[in-house]
Design a protein. Sequence first.
Length: 199
Amino acid sequence: MTENERISIRARTVAVVGAGPSGVIAAKYLRAEKAFDKIDLFEQRSQAGGIWTYTGDQRDENLFSIPQENPEPGVQEPEWKPKDTISSENNHTNSINGTSKVPSFLSPMYEQLETNIPRGLMGFQDLDWPSDSQLFPHARHRVEIYPRLHIPRPRKHPLQHPSHLHNPDHPPPPPLQPGPSQHSTSSPTKQSHQPTLPS
């Protein structure tokens, strides 16, 4: 195929998986570039923030133990909470005893966690920190500014795929098959399924 025969394909939509700090920043700048007609931001938690979202009422000493001696603790099962206790537009509900429930995933963040980077390095050019902020602010305060970043509203989608979370319209993906191409050194947990996004 010659240079003149190549077909140019332009993607019109893009998905950002995870509305933690990196996902939020990616969505913010993808929107600013105006390179896509549609940007879908997916998050399994009830709000943007990823693991920075504080879930103080949930505990699992086996999942986040110190020291963490098991690099592959397994897939986290959600805690099912009444829908009205989680502020989210959640498409994945489960009726338990006639009550609508939504999945809530545990976060490793603790109540008094402070950032380990000065606030000036964690800022956005178009959004200043409040003048009374600490040099090393509480991590929870950082997540609270996400709604002011003009990012796409995260679509709630459980990416770990326990079978009971699946929408009947979207069957669970097949289990991963062992092989060198599916080994990741960047993730501390071993996923039992490949993430898939709804169509």
